[in-house]
Design a protein around this ligand. Structure first.
Ligand SMILES: *[C@@H]1O[C@H](CO)[C@@H](O)[C@H](O)[C@H]1NC(C)=O
Ligand SMILES: *[C@@H]1O[C@H](CO)[C@@H](O)[C@H](O)[C@H]1NC(C)=O
Ligand SMILES: *[C@@H]1O[C@H](CO)[C@@H](O)[C@H](O)[C@H]1NC(C)=O
Ligand SMILES: [Zn+2]
Length: 552
């Protein structure tokens, strides 16, 4: 009895279980599965439509050589990696590294490239399928030309060697010669599709008497110069012309519509900040007068004139913001998605000819690769649910990105910090040496400026013969240790840099980085050494006038 009852009860329980537990579970699972399948299909459909990927036919890396010539063997070694991550061209800014000839010979630095090695490099890049776009400044940023005695008279303002006067006939023939020498060397290797004529940051326009006589507005003068330079380019090569866009930005729409359209000039809208300042109005302006628009980001050289390391987080946000802006971009009144012609990833070596060098290319390579991957991911399609939602899935995106980067560089990128200290890449030894050197300089700087130590009083008290000899001995030892360490680190840096750079630039770089601190250390050591000759001190006196020279 008891057993039968038990069995009946068990059956009942099973029935109840099925009814109240298993059945709902099956229903819920089926529901979830179907929803999942539906969502996947919906995603796939969305992903297939072009509107969620960017279509950038040109991904160009800028190599800035001004005063910082990279060994061409090193540049050659980069090409396969660049291609692998979607690069199809390089924008080369030679500035004073180009082997100019004849009356232009002095434009080149003494340690410029020579023609044969340059042609060899260009032929190799061409064989690998990379297009080359030379960048030749033709309005501002012309210090390497206008600083020279022979071209000094062509400055717009005598004091500033950066801007050329566009009105003087001699300026026109000089610029034509410069363009011709660069274009000719390139077309010996392969035809040029594009020539970049710079024209950014022209700080002095319409300031000289010759320009004033034309009675043109600054804009008219600027645009006429662009027109005449682009005609020079067209007379030398069948190439389209690129210009940086910044001088066009603040032209008002009312003024803008009076200008003639350009048929073969493409503006390159550059913005290197993590939060873009790009305006739709400017894009629309360019859209109405130019056949194509390019954009430019920065993988290095945009985190401060004296930066040693690129800020990877800012560099990532800069590229991510650009991609997010252009994905699915439509102009008001148009239904088709606008196709930007290309992106130039700029990598500045100096902010201008006479500014100090900023981040070095070999240690910025992870930033370049990271941002090429960002672009590639957008090219392959990004699955966000709603484009208008400014809440872009940046965190999901980053997770995928970290996975890629950790695989490539064999390390753990720390989420949100973009710290690549422990990563493996060509240039990592140089990176480590520079990190150590940086740390040593800042610790020496702390010693020299801390309140604990009387360094800020030493100059004065040495002059009135009143230093604590125990401190003097102690600081002398400390400063000598710093000097030895810094010198040793400099040697390491020079050794690592010699893989990528020639001796001249290596010396400049290391001297520049250590100069201030070493100068102070050496000054104090001199004072200490002289002071240690003292055997007798005078009794304190306020009547000794030489003790009060500064504030008598
Ligand atoms: C280059 O500069 C030097 C020194 O100023 C000068 O003597 C020489 O004539 C210049 N060369 C040319 C080709 O102008
Ligand atoms: C050009 O430079 C290369 C590499 O530095 C060197 O081997 C070659 O001799 C140079 N050619 C000339 C003509 O100076
Ligand atoms: C005054 O100070 C100077 C500089 O330390 C020293 O050479 C000189 O002997 C002092 N003169 C007197 C009178 O103490
Ligand atoms: Zn002028």
């Amino acid at each position: 009895m008891v057993n039968i009852n038990k069995m009946v009860t068990m059956r009942k329980i099973r029935k109840i279980k099925f009814k109240f537990f298993i059945l709902p579970l099956v229903i819920i699972s089926t529901y979830l599965l179907l929803t999942h399948i539906f969502l996947e299909m919906w995603h796939l459909k969305r992903n297939k439509s072009n509107s969620l990927s960017v279509d950038l036919p040109n991904v160009i890396v800028h190599i800035d050589l001004k005063g910082t010539p990279l060994k061409l063997s090193y540049l050659e070694s980069l090409i396969p990696g660049l291609k692998k991550y979607g690069v199809n061209g390089i924008l080369i800014e030679y500035e004073d590294m180009f082997p100019y000839e004849g009356r232009l010979a002095n434009l080149s630095a003494e340690y410029r490239y020579n023609k044969s090695e340059l042609k060899r490099f260009l032929a190799m890049a061409n064989k690998e399928g990379l297009q080359i776009i030379p960048l030749i400044q033709t309005f501002g940023h012309l210090e390497y030309v206008l600083k020279l005695a022979e071209f000094q008279h062509l400055r717009e303002l005598e004091l500033y060697p950066d801007s050329i006067c566009p009105t003087r006939l001699e300026s026109g023939s000089l610029l034509k010669d410069i363009i011709k020498q660069v274009v000719d060397l390139h077309t010996e290797i392969a035809p040029l599709k594009y020539v970049h004529i710079g024209c950014d940051e022209v700080f002095h326009v319409n300031k000289c008497q010759y320009c004033n006589k034309r009675k043109l507005s600054n804009r008219e003068l600027f645009l006429q110069h662009i027109k005449s330079i682009s005609e020079v380019v067209k007379s030398l090569a069948e190439a389209k012309v690129l210009i940086w866009d910044d001088m066009l930005r603040d032209i008002k729409p009312g003024e803008w519509h009076t200008f003639e359209p350009f048929s073969d000039v493409h503006p390159v809208y550059w913005d290197y900040s993590p939060n873009l300042q790009v305006t739709h109005l400017n894009l629309l302006k360019y859209h109405t007068k130019f056949p194509d628009i390019w954009i430019a980001s920065a993988y290095k050289g945009a985190d401060g004139k004296t930066a040693t390391f690129p800020n990877l987080k800012k560099r990532f946000l800069n590229h991510f913001s650009w991609m997010n802006l252009i994905v699915d971009y439509t102009f008001g009144g148009e239904t088709d998605v606008y196709k930007f012609k290309g992106i130039i990833l700029t990598g500045w070596s100096r902010y201008s000819h006479m500014d100090p060098p900023c981040e070095l290319l070999p240690i910025s390579f992870p930033s370049l690769i990271l941002n090429l991957i960002v672009i590639e991911r957008f090219k392959n399609g990004i699955s966000y649910l709603k484009k208008d939602d400014s809440n872009i899935p940046i965190n999901t995106f980053k997770r995928h990105l970290y996975y890629d980067l950790n695989t490539i560089f064999n390390c753990m990128f720390i989420v949100n910090e973009f710290d690549y200290t422990k990563c493996t890449f060509e240039g990592d030894k140089l990176y480590q040496s520079l990190k150590h050197h940086n740390k040593m300089l800042s610790s020496a700087n702390d010693l020299l400026h801390s309140d604990e130590n009387p360094f800020n009083s030493i100059d004065y008290y040495a002059s009135i013969d009143n230093l604590n000899m125990n401190s003097v001995s102690q600081y002398k030892v400390q400063l000598n240790l710093y000097l030895d360490d810094i010198t040793q680190l400099e040697k390491n840096i020079m050794k690592e840099m010699s893989k990528y750079y020639y001796k001249e630039f290596t010396l400049e770089y290391v001297n520049y980085k250590s100069y201030n601190i070493k100068k102070q250390i050496i000054k104090f050591l001199k004072i200490f050494n002289a002071y240690m000759q003292n055997k007798i001190w005078q009794r304190r006196s306020y009547s000794n006038k030489s003790a009060h020279v500064i504030y008598p």
